[in-house]
Design a protein around this ligand. Structure first.
Ligand code: GAR
Length: 200
């Protein structure tokens, strides 16, 4: 059984894809044991409630001190006996203490074809605006392991989509998001199956 904690900041459509993947059996032998939101306005918290998944808000609003915040996130992950941490639209930088404690067990979904349009300052809609400004014919999404850099860990899966002449950042984001949901579920499925193999 792969015990997954999902870290979120906003709407949580990627979180929903993971919930659906686990509940529908596409991700076998896995359970979402914790949802951690970086702010109390995140719609992801409603999704957690609806699916009966324990959730916590740990962010600047209730833990202004970065070290105390990191300690609290670590405490939640540990107490849920987390095997895999999934950053699904998590807009904060994880502290190096957390990355070290969960080395090789944290993955992130990023809305571009890494190494393009990633790193500091590239998040959410800004990524798609930059892709359009760069005149790209293709974009996509990447699931990768998280290391101490920003969007720099080893890649697990990428999915590609065309950029259309009439695209706005919003239409491109919507097309990329569908791909995100697909490759995030595939990546977690792969990790769950790998854990099952190892436990045999
Ligand atoms: C997604 O596009 C995700 O890739 C992006 O934020 C969006 C969250 O959507 N993440 C980043 O930009 C992180 N660098 P969601 O809340 O509907 O899953």
């Amino acid at each position: 059984m792969l015990r997954i904690s999902v870290l979120v900041s906003g709407g949580g459509t990627n979180l929903q894809a993971v919930i659906d993947g686990v509940e529908g059996g596409e991700i076998p032998c896995a359970r979402i044991v914790r949802i951690i939101a970086s702010n109390s306005r995140a719609y992801s918290l409603e999704r957690a409630k609806k699916h009966g998944i324990p959730a916590a808000v740990i962010g600047k609003e209730n833990y202004p001190d970065p070290e105390a915040r990191a300690r609290e996130i670590l405490r939640e992950l540990d107490s849920a006996q987390t095997d895999l941490v999934v950053l699904a639209g998590y807009m904060s930088i994880l502290s190096p203490d957390i990355i070290r404690a969960y080395e090789g067990r944290i993955i992130n979904i990023h809305p571009s074809l890494i190494p393009k349009y990633c790193g500091m300052g590239f998040y959410g809609k800004r990524v798609h605006e930059a892709v359009l400004a760069g005149g790209e014919k293709e974009s996509g999404a990447t699931v990768h392991y998280v290391d101490e850099g920003v969007d720099s860990g080893p890649i697990i899966l990428q999915g590609r989509v065309p950029v259309l002449a009439e695209d706005t950042a919003d239409t491109l984001a919507a097309r990329v998001l569908e791909t995100e949901h697909r490759i995030l579920v595939q990546s977690i499925r792969y990790l769950a199956e790998k854990k099952m193999e190892n436990e045999r």
